[in-house]
Design a protein. Sequence first.
Length: 62
Amino acid sequence: MDLSDALWRKSSRSGGGGDGSCVEVAFVRDAVAVRDSKDPDGPALAFLAGAWRRFLTSLTDR
């Protein structure tokens, strides 16, 4: 998957302090890509949009 033109977003809650650990997401066609914000040129994971939705829903169910 070509992510060279992806618009990466970071959570507004990842702001100040801490060690800077955060993930970024990019919505690309019918997928969601995820990467480590400290290593933007490193690997990224890609999930189908439906799988990403189920993942987020599982977090709110806890």
